[in-house]
Design a protein around this ligand. Structure first.
Ligand SMILES: [Zn+2]
Length: 62
């Protein structure tokens, strides 16, 4: 998937603003939608966590 970077605010842990962020997807909460953006640091952290999740759910066939 091609990531599209824009200058904006990070919605994840670091709380930084005015830096390159990428759109992750819509956050749905209580019937409302909000766009969630993440900076590169938080994106890398999320990617590592997602990879660990995929490996746990779909273990490689030995
Ligand atoms: Zn961040």
């Amino acid at each position: 998937m091609e990531a599209k970077w824009v200058i904006g605010d990070c919605w994840l842990g670091c709380g930084r603003t005015g830096l390159p962020v990428v759109w992750l997807g819509p956050l749905q909460w209580d019937g409302q939608h909000a766009p969630v953006y993440a900076c590169e640091d938080d994106l890398n952290r999320l990617k590592a966590q997602a990879l660990a999740y995929f490996m746990q759910r779909q273990p490689a066939i030995a």
